[in-house]
Design a binder for this molecule. Structure first.
Ligand SMILES: [Fe+2]
Length: 390
């Protein structure tokens, strides 16, 4: 089973759970409120049906074919609604328990009115909150990181590398959003730019607005990219070709040598490491003919291969994929608490093994749900420094 099918299955499972939660919530509400038909009860039922429809839309159509702004708003509304619904269900459950302990089988009119007002208030809060959240733009954080490379030639000390990953062009990342990141990155005037994958969400046509934006990226030693898993959810060859036409040098299991200040630096790009395409096979192909004495930087979308990278003696690997967890519950003593930790301990920032280092950027886009919590989009500026130099 490939990754895209797994994503789909998880979506359908979440959909079924969500619909189940709606049915249960409505039954609880009806039980507490009684069955007398009033206009407000009918309106609430209407909201339940509408939200269930939105759940089906999200799970099966991933934000298409509605205009991006509408799709994003619908999903935000749904997320907030679900959160508040879960909260409301907890409160209703406690309320029912209390009634039973008092051996009071029904709710009096005053309490019933209070519950209806509460439920209506939650609905208004949901829509209001969602519209506010969609209309407020999330600010990007520029992360500056100095990375010491043991065998870096003195003349490359201070070389600046700009990086954006996981753009995920699609219903939740419009051209105007990408334009903002591109303008910001260009303004940082880095020497070289790296884009380690997940340019699109899952459709070839998402590359069109993306390439329109990316074609103005500029760096004296070039703009380089590698594919991520989401390129393979569409036609990775076609998307890479379009990126190439936009001036991005796509490194697909190949390398290029750049020579800032007359010194050589190898840039190695791997396709997404996936089933049937393991790291060693991709790397051996990419490094064919490369002088191992030349210091190197490898673009590898998924950050799970530092052991292999260390085996091959790589200097620096740059990755994305994790989105920094995307939903971060807390940061404690340098550790990032996020559901993504269940998949891997590599979430964001710099890691090292032997002489190999790996930097994971949080990237700028989102997958699954159009939400980043406690995890702002990141543009990275890496400054290479010679190990031991001041
Ligand atoms: Fe991604």
């Amino acid at each position: 089973m490939n990754e895209h099918t797994t994503f789909r299955l998880i979506s359908v499972l979440v959909l079924l759970l969500t619909l189940g939660m709606h049915v249960l919530a409505w039954r609880m509400l009806r039980e507490v409120l009684g069955t007398d038909a009033t206009r407000r009860r009918s309106a609430l039922l209407g909201v339940f049906v509408l939200m269930s429809t939105v759940a089906v839309y999200i799970a099966l159509f991933s934000g298409y074919p509605l205009p991006p702004g509408v799709a994003k708003t619908a999903i935000w509304v749904f997320m907030l609604w679900s959160l508040l619904l879960a909260l409301g269900m907890g409160m209703l459950w406690l309320h029912r328990r209390r009634l039973r302990s008092l051996e009071q089988p029904t709710v009096d009119e005053k309490r019933r009115e209070l519950l209806l007002t509460g439920a209506s208030g939650l609905t208004i809060l949901t829509f209001g909150g969602a519209v506010f959240d969609v209309s407020s733009e999330e600010d990007v954080e520029v992360v500056y990181k100095s990375i010491a490379i043991r065998r870096l030639p003195a003349k490359l000390h201070g070389l600046r590398i700009g990086m954006i990953s996981d753009i995920h062009s699609g219903p939740f990342m419009e051209k105007k959003d990408i334009d903002r990141y591109v303008t910001r990155l260009n303004a940082l005037n880095t020497d070289v730019i790296l884009l380690p994958g997940d340019f699109i969400q899952n459709r070839n046509e998402e590359a069109d607005p993306l390439c329109e934006s990316l074609k103005v990226l500029r760096a004296p030693y070039g703009v380089y990219g590698s594919t991520g898993n989401h390129e393979f959810f569409a036609d990775a060859d076609q998307v890479s070709r379009e990126l190439g036409n936009a001036g991005i040098i796509m490194l697909r299991n190949e390398h290029r040598i750049i020579d800032p200040h007359g010194e050589k630096l190898a840039l190695i790009g791997l396709d997404d490491v996936r089933s049937g395409h393991p790291f060693p096979a991709l790397f051996r192909k990419a490094a064919r003919g490369l002088d191992p004495a030349i210091p190197n930087i490898t673009l590898c979308h998924k950050p799970y291969y530092i052991e292999e990278a260390a085996e091959y003696g790589l200097d620096l690997m740059v990755s994305g994929h994790t989105h920094g967890g995307q939903i971060v519950l807390a940061r404690l003593f340098g550790a990032v608490l996020t559901p993504a930790s269940l998949i891997s301990g590599y979430i964001e920032g710099l890691y090292s093994l032997d002489a190999t280092q790996m930097y994971i950027t949080r990237g700028v886009g989102m997958t699954g749900l159009p939400i980043r919590v406690n995890c702002p989009p990141e543009i990275t500026v890496i400054t290479l420094v010679k190990a031991g130099a001041d």
